[in-house]
Design a protein around this ligand. Structure first.
Ligand code: PLP
Length: 456
């Protein structure tokens, strides 16, 4: 199928008549200053039946055919039909596994609990899904003769890792702005390794965001933050993958952690598009999970989203990738939550760290942001807002391996405001087999009595 006959363009989210090509360097409506979103020609897409779309998507998943073996480009017609296949910059991201959280679910009385493992990806977070689309479009523009010197982003860590990797793959210069001392070592090493120009600024994420918007103003450096709605298009594939993995059935609840609030609108857009095309016929309920230390949307939710949105200065949270007080995509997120019977809930440092650690005991290896989503799940099940029968999906946004400081600090019980209920430190022993056996028997009994194992 030739995806190029499909059409998409940028339009203003506030409904101005402004329209721009996807190859224009523009991030906001030139009339009202609001963010843009990618608008697809739905009538053209509707000429293909829902059944046919499902068949097309199923036939591509897991294959090597360029570029459709990617979880994002396997849905190219719904994502970004305007790029030539030969200009696509892809590492076959997406198609991440859905983890059936059998034992974790049992602990809270649920048997239909799933974790969408978006961190099992090239750079270890869902940011790859959006970055493949953005960098592909940049590559396309460069091939068409546009003068783009470099691509830049402000980042809480994962965006910069993804930008650096995709730009390195394509041979395009990248620049990343990181808040000094506020991201994990693994996240910092990623753009260093991929040859990015790494600038460490003595401010927080919101401060870096201001600078990057300044330096990209003259359009010779392209802005890669999620206010650039090309990223949202790639991230939209998460929704399609989730229903595809359930044989095109829509789950009841989806819980997603949010910071700059682009991903939650991507999730909603994916479902809306599938509804418009008749691929699905119902909506899930969306729950946005925030860290209590960086909870501007939660505060706004408590006031019914009615007041003008008030940014905050975020406190320091272990969930560093969502330590954001002035989210760029807040209006998109509020719109999405209103359309999906949305809930916003928060988690404290203690709650997020212990939720991540408990999930690890059942075979996961959760990053702190996934911990926020899991803690929110536990709260909403306890309150009865989520029924134990609901098919519930938790979006895991990054790989736990990117957050070793968090994991070690937890087990050493040195994290501020956290009491490490599931700490498990190595036991240091002399190489003496009698002593080793004695300790092992004691530990096995202790752990069995704590209910840690399936067998008693
Ligand atoms: C970027 C990121 C988020 C937040 O996504 P937003 O689109 O900014 O709301 C959550 N978790 C991780 C690990 C991230 O990297």
């Amino acid at each position: 199928m030739n995806a190029k006959r499909y059409h998409a363009e940028f339009r203003c989210i506030a409904g101005c008549d402004e329209r721009y090509g996807l190859d224009e360097i523009v991030y906001r409506c030139k009339r009202c200053g609001n963010l843009l979103e990618v608008h697809h020609d739905i009538d053209l897409l509707r000429r293909t039946s829902p059944k046919k779309w499902r068949e097309i998507f199923d036939s591509r998943a897991g294959k090597n055919t360029w570029p459709y073996g990617s979880g994002v480009w396997g849905k190219k017609e719904l994502v970004c039909p305007e790029v030539d296949n030969e200009n696509i910059v892809s590492m076959f991201e997406g198609n991440t596994n859905m983890f059936w959280a059998k034992r974790l679910g049992q602990m809270i009385g649920m048997n239909d609990l799933w974790i969408k493992m978006c961190g099992n990806s090239h750079t270890g977070s869902f940011k790859d899904l959006g970055m493949t689309v953005l960098v592909s479009m940049v590559n396309e523009m460069i091939q068409r003769g546009k003068n783009i010197k470099a691509v830049a982003c402000a980042s809480t860590g994962d965006t910069s890792a993804a930008l650096a990797a995709y730009c390195a793959y394509a041979g395009i210069p990248s620049i990343v702005f990181l808040p000094y001392n506020k991201i994990s070592t693994a996240q910092l090493v990623q753009p260093m390794s991929n040859g990015s120009i790494v600038l460490s600024l003595d401010t927080n994420f919101d401060g870096c965001m201001k600078i990057v918007q300044e330096i990209t103003k003259d359009n010779s450096i392209y802005l890669a933050n999620s206010m650039n709605s090309l990223r949202i298009e790639g991230q939209k594939s998460i929704s399609v993958e989730i229903v595809q993995q359930f044989d095109w059935e829509v789950p009841d609840i989806i819980i997603i952690p949010g910071g700059n609030l682009g991903n939650v609108s991507a999730l909603g857009n994916g479902f809306k598009m599938m509804l418009e095309l008749g691929i699905i016929t119902k909506k899930p309920r969306i729950v946005l999970a925030q860290a209590q230390k960086a909870n501007p949307l939660y505060l706004s939710y408590l006031k019914g989203f009615n007041e003008p949105f008030e940014p905050i200065t975020p406190g320091k949270t272990l969930a560093s990738a969502i330590q954001i007080g002035d989210p760029v995509s807040v209006q998109k997120a509020i719109k999405t939550l209103k359309e999906f019977n949305g809930i916003v809930e928060q988690a404290s440092e203690d709650e997020l760290a212990n939720a991540a650690a408990l999930s690890d005991k059942t075979g996961l290896y959760s990053c702190p942001h996934t911990g926020v989503a899991l803690a929110v799940l536990f709260k909403l099940v306890e309150k009865g807002t989520i029924s134990k029968k609901d098919r519930t999906i938790v979006i895991s946004t990054a790989h736990g391996l990117k957050f070793s400081e968090f994991k070690i600090g937890y087990h050493e019980a040195t994290l501020p405001e956290v009491s490490s209920r599931y700490a498990n430190m190595p036991i240091e022993l002399k190489p003496d087999s009698d002593r080793v056996l004695e300790v092992l028997n004691k530990e096995l009994t202790k752990r069995r009595n704590m209910g840690m194992y399936a067998l008693t």
